[in-house]
Ligand binder design. Structure first.
Ligand code: ZN
Length: 276
């Protein structure tokens, strides 16, 4: 995947960013102030550039039935998000952003992952669907990714990366690292906090969309069991190195821990009382 160069990013960013360094935005969905120093138009420009380049570089799954099914799940989660805002009495605030969701599946049998752009473009790698046993489990992934979108996680990550770079420049590189800007936050994994937030939002959205909240746990259990199977292979010395090298991306970047499952198990009864 092509990365946006430091020079190019600096050119796109111009000087508007530094001027608004102290700026934070209040996000109506997670009800917290978020660092927001990358102007909206730049976020959109970079998102579009990355997204369309990514689609051009990858083969899309052509199975119409499967694509239709996954997109329909997306539509239902969108309804779940609207219900969430109706209940919160803040539907107007949400609709102001006019998210234009687009869902695609790319052919990739190695990457167990999905990602969401701040512009509400969502991509599933086909391999992740092998770990779902039903639509409710697909809804878990969809809810989680849409959670990242509406909670502005990419934007927040970009702002943190830019802030780090600015501090790094000001301190002559003592703090932070030059690579932060070339990574522009886009290519960094979400923080543990953001992952937990997306899990919780996703759980709420899928429940309000009529999916079984317990499926969030069974989906993560599927991944955890697979991860444990790989661990077992790794312990066999002769083939261990090969497995390590081939370890699917999600298992290296997403913390699949007991904590994640524990957290969902803790939230499910609460969410059921609130919505069912
Ligand atoms: Zn995530």
């Amino acid at each position: 995947m092509k990365k946006i160069s430091r020079r190019k990013f600096t050119r796109i960013l111009g000087c508007g960013c530094a001027m608004s360094l102290s700026s934070c935005s209040y996000n109506p969905i997670n009800k917290r102030s978020q660092l927001s120093i990358v102007p909206e138009r730049i976020v959109k420009h970079m998102s579009d550039e990355y997204y369309y380049e990514f689609l051009a570089d990858n083969d899309l799954v052509k199975n119409k039935k499967l694509v239709k099914k996954v997109r329909e799940i997306g539509k239902r989660i969108e309804i779940g998000i609207k219900k969430y805002f109706e209940i919160e009495n803040r539907l107007d605030e949400y609709e102001k952003y006019q998210y234009d969701y687009e869902i695609n599946i790319v052919k990739d049998k190695r990457t167990i992952n999905a990602f969401a752009m701040p512009t509400a473009k969502i991509v599933f790698f086909s391999r992740i669907l092998d770990f779902t046993k039903n639509e409710d489990e697909i809804a878990t992934i969809m809810g989680h990714e849409m959670g990242h979108v509406v909670a502005w996680h990419s934007k927040e990550r970009m702002s943190h990366a830019v802030a780090l770079e600015l501090v790094s420049s000001a301190t002559g590189g003592i703090i932070g690292s030059g690579s932060a800007l070339s990574e522009i936050g886009y290519f960094l994994p979400f923080s543990r906090f953001q992952e937990t937030e997306a899990d919780e939002l996703g759980l709420r959205f899928m429940t309000l969309a009529g999916y079984k909240p317990e499926s969030s746990v069974s989906f993560w259990m599927n991944l955890k069991n697979y991860s444990q199977k790989l661990e077992k292979y790794k312990s066999k010395h002769d083939i261990g190195a090969r497995f390590l090298r081939n370890l699917p991306q999600v298992l290296r970047t997403h913390p699949i821990t007991e904590n994640r499952i524990k957290n969902l198990n803790r939230l499910i009864p609460k969410v059921k009382i609130e919505y069912l």
